[in-house]
Design a protein around this ligand. Structure first.
Ligand SMILES: Cc1cc2nc3c(=O)[nH]c(=O)nc-3n(C[C@H](O)[C@H](O)[C@H](O)COP(=O)(O)OP(=O)(O)OC[C@H]3O[C@@H](n4cnc5c(N)ncnc54)[C@H](O)[C@@H]3O)c2cc1C
Length: 417
């Protein structure tokens, strides 16, 4: 039996960072929000678990920065890049006169990070969190406006909630995006990931990327003395059957000599998990009564570790737009256009850069020569690392002072791969 409820201003599908950050920002403005997640927390989420420096001010704005640091998040001071005998290192440093949010990013197990945010949402008087509730899709009024969500309640089956606005924050395979007919797989980027955690790896201050022919590892030191690693490959490369996975993973590790050395003597914590396909894209993010945020908007390549920033910053942009739309319903279309524009301005160049990287990393020769020139120009590596740290904005690349600062530092970093 379908039951309908109208108690909320905003319904949000998904209690990951995109959904919870948007909820907390809207609740602070006095809106009543319901969040639905098909899982119960704590839950794991395949991820490199690394947050760029620019995530810290965003966590601060919702009152969670200190909580995250207090829960043992490890501080990450930059990135080491390895591949084909080359190595380069970049730090989160000030570039020219640009603002530096913090000299470090942070890395924390996703089950810890996401549970902290869900707990903050549950503690807010304007938010109800429904765990174990699965979203089936959006519902529409006669005029075609989205006016609610179809759900499966773990106890009573099919339900329908209605509200003034609906948000799809339900990740890569968003039922809201699918229900709107906006999402499709991106066949050109058919990437899969194998994700593992190791104990007993010597602590380094930086995150690491290790390039191989047709694959790469992204790794970071996280809380609880653990080291998290993602191996990202094309779909064809992933073997069938879980039994073959450890050997497949190990063969790739052995092809990355610096990583193999770091993992010698370390022990695998838990199982290697596989996830994919990762690449989806959307044609739209908004329509009357509905908007998407975070991974629901499309794939963010794990190489640059920016997905969490996109989700958190996207939540800040969307909360502003939804507030404007709810305050003045006649301005909803303008508010949603503003959200799409802001996303294009802030994330468009970053998606474009990720696509360029995707093409570049298919060629060992390109990686080798890029890493060689980075190793000779540490300032340039700092600039690239600052870009992936999200505190260098696309517009900043037009400033001569940024390039002067990046090209000035010439001290050589010894290649150790
Ligand atoms: C292998 C890998 C490595 C990555 N490494 C990094 C990294 O190091 N740093 C970084 O910044 N980003 C990384 N990312 C990206 C990052 O994980 C995502 O960008 C981020 O989690 C997006 O947050 P979100 O809230 O949009 O989605 P999610 O975190 O995926 O949350 C979506 C939520 O929706 C729920 N949900 C899904 N379907 C339904 C449904 N039908 N009904 C109800 N609930 C539903 C899910 O249970 C989940 O809780 C990585 C991604 C992958 C795949």
């Amino acid at each position: 039996m379908i039951q309908r409820t109208y108690d909320y201003d905003v319904l949000i599908a998904g209690a990951g960072p995109g959904g919870t950050h948007t909820a907390l920002r809207l609740a602070k403005r006095g809106y009543r929000v319901a969040i639905f997640d098909k899982r119960t927390f704590p839950r794991k989420k395949p991820c490199g678990e690394f947050m760029s420096p620019e995530c810290l001010p965003l966590l601060d704005e919702i009152g969670l920065k200190e909580t995250v640091l207090d829960h043992g998040a490890s501080r990450v001071s930059g990135m080491r890049l390895h591949g084909f005998g080359q190595a380069a290192r970049g730090n989160y440093t000030r570039i020219g006169e640009l603002r530096l949010p913090s000299g470090f990013g942070v890395a924390l197990r996703r089950e810890v990070l996401d549970t902290l945010t869900v707990e903050a949402a549950k503690a807010h008087e304007n938010i109800d969190v429904f765990e174990g509730w699965s979203v089936s899709g959006p519902t529409f009024d006669e005029a075609g406006r989205v006016h609610g969500l179809r759900l499966r309640d773990p106890q009573h089956g099919a339900r329908e909630f209605r509200s003034r606005f609906v948000i799809g924050a339900d990740g890569l395979r968003s039922r809201v995006a699918q229900g709107m007919g906006w999402s499709s797989a991106d066949p050109k980027l058919d990437r899969w990931a194998a994700v593992a955690r190791f104990r007993g790896v010597e602590r380094q201050a930086e995150a690491e990327v290790h390039f191989l022919d047709g694959a790469y590892f992204a790794a970071a030191p996280i809380d609880d003395g653990l080291f998290t690693i993602n191996l990202v490959v094309n779909r064809g490369a992933i073997p069938g059957g879980a039994a073959n996975l450890p050997r497949f993973f190990d063969e790739h590790v052995q092809a990355a000599p610096v990583l193999a050395q770091r993992l010698a003597g370390a022990t695998l914590e838990g199982k290697i998990e596989v996830c994919g396909p990762l690449a989806t894209r959307t044609t739209r993010r908004t329509a009357p009564g509905v908007a998407l945020v975070g991974d629901a908007c499309g794939f963010v390549d794990p190489l640059t570790g920016e997905g969490l920033f996109f989700a958190m910053r996207g939540a800040a942009l969307l909360a502003e737009a939804v507030h404007m739309a709810l305050e003045n319903p006649q301005h909803e279309a303008r508010a949603l256009r503003g959200y799409e524009r802001a996303r294009r301005r802030e994330f468009g160049p970053r998606y474009a850069m990720a696509r360029l990287l995707q093409k570049g990393i298919r060629s060992p020769r390109v990686i080798e020569s890029v890493l060689r020139s980075f190793s000779r120009r540490p300032g340039l590596t700092n600039l690239i690392v600052a870009w992936t740290g999200d505190y260098v904005q696309p517009i900043d690349l037009l400033r001569p002072s940024v390039w002067r600062s990046a090209l000035r530092r010439r001290e050589l970093i010894q290649a150790d791969a």
